[in-house]
Design a protein around this ligand. Structure first.
Ligand SMILES: Nc1ncnc2c1ncn2[C@@H]1O[C@H](COP(=O)(O)OP(=O)(O)O)[C@@H](O)[C@H]1O
Ligand SMILES: [Mg+2]
Length: 349
């Protein structure tokens, strides 16, 4: 566990970047620091690995005050990922990843072998190992940044806007991989973002910061959406927080209509399936144009995805598929609304 106890940071010149912060970051979980620019997120993060020293208060990891530890030794136990990955441009991918293991005395051959294995874990091909950072896309560089931070298998990871500089589709992929990886490795992670959607997607716990380095609220994503502490948090989590809240309800138990109804056609719209029964697209009013299907859902997906698919589909339904990708039902707006009402009733107890 990482503990901030009454931590304040005032920079020379008088800016109070972090004001009397007390918060606990549970072991093995992702805690997200979110808030508008300049509210002290990065400063808070960098005090954990002592790139910045607090003016007062203490930060401890598993009960040990970080300022009492040798900074270089401390940093080898803490992975650090930043925006634009911060890779060394003149080192190959494998040597970037091997940086800290080499410092820790692992031999070069072993460190490179481990680096190649790590590439696989972050979803990159082993052939990338001998490339230089400039020969990778932004998203690939970020993955290498994550692999490098993981290389020494540190118990703690600090991530400062690691996915902010890539386009939304790549970001979505990185976020999913990151959650999958965290489910395997279970690191204690402090993750900074200015994006409330990212915070809600990734955080086990979300800490909302406001200007002046004040902590406005800490809670689970659901708690922040359901019960914002004040107007600032309510405004920050956004007007469409009801819609965001759909992320926490899954499509398990959602009533669907027989998919055949839509294959036969409703209001001039027909669902096309391939020979195996997988959805291919929609045709409208008998036209030869096939409109690509924008997505399908499974029982494990969120009601947010289902709602989005239903709204954007020409038939006004979201198509459900089984584990083989075969269409096995269609969810209408009415069934989504009913399912949501049921979920609300259940959670109200
Ligand atoms: N080295 C520094 N010297 C003086 N002021 C700084 C320094 N670093 C950050 N600040 C100020 O501290 C405040 C918080 O900055 P920061 O922690 O980077 O915010 P965030 O990461 O939330 O955008 C800002 O007002 C910023 O200008
Ligand atoms: Mg910052």
């Amino acid at each position: 566990m990482i503990t901030f106890d009454a931590v304040t940071k005032a920079f020379p010149g008088g800016t109070v970047a972090v004001d009397n912060l007390s918060i606990e970051l549970p072991t093995g979980q992702i805690t997200v620091f979110v808030g508008p620019s300049g509210c002290g997120k990065t400063t808070s993060l960098r005090m954990i690995n002592r790139l910045i020293e607090p003016t007062s208060g203490t930060i401890s990891i598993d009960g040990e005050d970080v300022t009492k530890q040798d900074a270089a030794v401390l940093r080898r136990k803490i992975g650090y990922v930043i925006q634009h990955a911060g890779l060394f441009p003149h080192r190959t991918v494998q040597d970037n990843i091997a940086t800290v293991p080499l410092l820790n005395g692992v031999n070069k051959k072993q460190a490179r072998e481990n680096a190649v294995e790590l590439l696989g874990r972050v979803g990159l091909d082993a052939s990338m190992a001998t490339r230089y950072p400039a020969q990778l896309s932004g998203g690939q560089q970020q993955r290498v940044g994550v692999a490098r931070a993981l290389a020494a298998d540190p118990p703690v990871m600090l991530m400062d806007e690691p996915f902010s500089a890539v386009d939304p589709i790549v970001r979505d992929g990185l976020q999913k991989e990151f959650l999958r990886l965290q489910a395997e490795v279970g690191k204690t992670i402090a993750f900074v973002t200015h994006d409330i959607d990212e915070a809600i997607k990734l955080g086990d716990t979300v800490a909302v910061f406001r200007e002046g380095g004040h902590l406005a609220q800490v809670g689970t994503p659901q708690e922040l959406l359901d019960d914002p502490a004040d107007d600032f948090v309510a405004d920050f989590v956004g007007r469409d927080r009801g819609f965001r809240g759909l992320s926490f309800v899954t499509a398990e138990g959602l009533e669907v209509e027989p998919v055949q109804t839509y294959v036969d056609g409703v209001r001039g719209v027909r669902l096309l399936l391939d020979d195996a029964g997988r959805p291919r697209g929609w045709t409208v009013n008998g036209s030869d144009d096939v409109r690509a299907i924008t997505g399908t859902f499974t029982k494990q997906d969120s009601l947010r995805l289902v709602t989005d698919l239903a709204i954007s589909s020409p038939a006004g339904v979201a198509v459900r598929v089984d584990g083989d990708g075969v269409a096995d039902g269609a969810a209408t707006h009415a069934s989504i609304a009913d399912h949501l009402a049921d979920a609300r009733r259940e959670s109200a107890g």
